[in-house]
Design a protein around this ligand. Sequence first.
Ligand code: DX5
Ligand code: ZN
Length: 216
Amino acid sequence: MIKVAPSLLSADFLELRRSIDLAVKAGADYLHYDVMDGNFVPNISFGQGILKAVAGYGALPVDAHLMVDRPERYIEDFAKAGARIITVHAEATCHLQRALSQIRALGCLAGVSLNPATSPECLRYVLGDFDLALVMTVNPGFGGQKMLPRAVEKIGEIRRMLESAGVQAMIQVDGGVSLSTAGAMVAQGADVLVAGSAFYGSDDPAAFVQGLKALG
Ligand code: DX5
Ligand code: ZN
C-alpha cells in the first residue's frame, strides 16, 4: 500500500489551513513538513512553532524532515510540537544512532535521510534503529527540482538490505515525485511518496494521489 505525503513547502502559506484540508480531501496519508536551516541546506523554511499549529489542527500525522545541522539540538522541540515522524539526515550528525534513539524515546517514529550522493551503506550499522529511510532524489533545499535518476537505484539497494537483515522499515522518497517519475520509485520498493510541487500544482489533487497509490 503506497502512502502519499504532500509537502507543505509548496503550500499556500497564507492559506495553510486550506492547503492542509486539500491534502486530507485528496486522500493523503501524512503531511510532509520540511525544516531548512540555511546551513545544512542553503534555504530557510519554517520551524517548530508553525509545526505546532499544523499538528494541533489534527488533520493528518506530521512527518518532519529536518534539513538541519546537528538535528539532535531540535529533536525534543519537534517531538513536543507534535511531529509523528522525525527524520534526520545521516550527513548532518556524527551521532546518528543516538539521534535515532532520542527520537524513539520521545515516542515518535525515527527516520534517517540520505542525500543523493550518500551511500546506502551508512544505514548498515543502524538497521533496526529507524522506522523510515528517506531517499532524497534531489539535492535537498528547494521544491520543484528535477529528479536525479541515479538516486532512484538506491531505493532498491535499501529494500534489499532491509529484507536480508529481516528488518521492517518504510522507504520514503522525496524530490521530483510526479506521476511520471514515481513508477520507477515504487518498482524499486518505495512505499511513501513525498510530493510538493506536483501535488500543490495539480488541477486534481485527488486524482494525483489516487494515481500514485495505484502504482503500488
Ligand atoms: C526538498 C524537500 C522536499 C520538497 C519536494 O529539499 O525536502 O520535500 O518539498 O518538492 P518537490 O516534490 O517539488 O520536488
Ligand atoms: Zn522533504
